[in-house]
Ligand binder design. Structure first.
Ligand SMILES: C[S@@+](CC[C@H](N)C(=O)[O-])C[C@H]1O[C@@H](n2cnc3c(N)ncnc32)[C@H](O)[C@@H]1O
Length: 237
């Protein structure tokens, strides 16, 4: 990881957890859990786990506590994840996805559910990372990738948040003011992400190619996150 990337993710770790307050973020995480078919018996690898949103959504909306290994290269993100109240087992692993899986310190474990929520866009080569993930996937494993589409729009996510908020009986004007203030930093960081030419925002053909070239068998692709992300499901073999 370059010093530039390190500084970027460290800075993002300061505010990242606030994003959870955006309703389409929670909705997209629910889609990931459904698509992955996670149960309380699953052994999950959360790829680029960040501040532990997967644990939060499993606890708040599903009431299930599978075993989770959270892999991330940003110590500050893992520190926040460690503090998430979670009734299951959570093992944080500080590791760089750009390195081979043999350097990930996973104790030789394999996983039956692998989830990469908003992390594959940031790695050097999504195809290489998917190949490495295949090496730690159990027989019959399922992988779910949620990743931004080309020209994803933050505004579309905020508008969907306000729509969902209003449907639930809240005042959209008050919430619009709150969101604009609260998320000013996050919005700036997101704009930097979307403008970063090193990051990957595949069209549907490129997304299919990621899976085809890495050896995962893609079973479905749809959109999520107010239409701004792909939600791809694949099986091993
Ligand atoms: C946008 S956050 C998503 C976090 C989480 N999956 C979620 O749904 O909220 C992206 C995460 O990927 C991690 N990440 C980016 N590149 C990585 C790499 N090469 N190796 C490991 N983690 C990486 C970042 O540190 C960050 O925590």
């Amino acid at each position: 990881m370059s010093a530039h990337d390190q500084a970027f993710w460290r800075q993002y770790a300061q505010t990242y957890a606030m994003l959870y307050g955006i309703l389409p973020v929670q909705e997209a995480l629910k889609h990931v859990v459904w698509a992955a078919g996670i149960t309380s018996h699953s052994n999950v690898l959360d790829v680029g786990c960040g501040t532990g949103f997967l644990m939060r959504v499993l606890t708040e909306f599903f009431g299930i506590w599978p075993q989770i290994t959270g892999l991330d290269h940003t110590a500050e993100m893992l520190d926040v994840a460690r503090a998430v109240p979670y009734a299951g087992s959570f093992k944080p692993v500080l590791a760089d996805l750009n390195r081979p899986h043999t350097e990930w310190d996973l104790d030789g474990q394999t996983y039956d559910r692998l989830v990469a929520n908003n992390s594959l866009y940031a790695v050097d080569s999504p195809v290489s990372v998917l190949r490495e993930l295949l090496s730690v996937a159990a027989v019959n494993a399922r992988l779910v990738v949620s990743t931004p589409r080309p020209e994803a729009s933050i505004q579309a996510v905020v508008s969907e948040h306000l729509r969902m908020f209003t449907v639930r009986g809240g005042s959209s004007d008050d919430e619009a003011r709150r969101v604009v203030e609260l998320f000013a930093d996050i919005r700036r960081i997101n704009e930097r992400i979307l403008a970063n030419e090193r990051f990957h925002f595949p069209d549907s053909g490129e997304l299919e190619d990621w899976f085809f070239r890495s050896g995962w068998r893609l079973t479905s692709v749809r959109t999520t996150y107010a239409g701004q992300n792909w939600l791809a499901v694949a099986n091993r073999g």
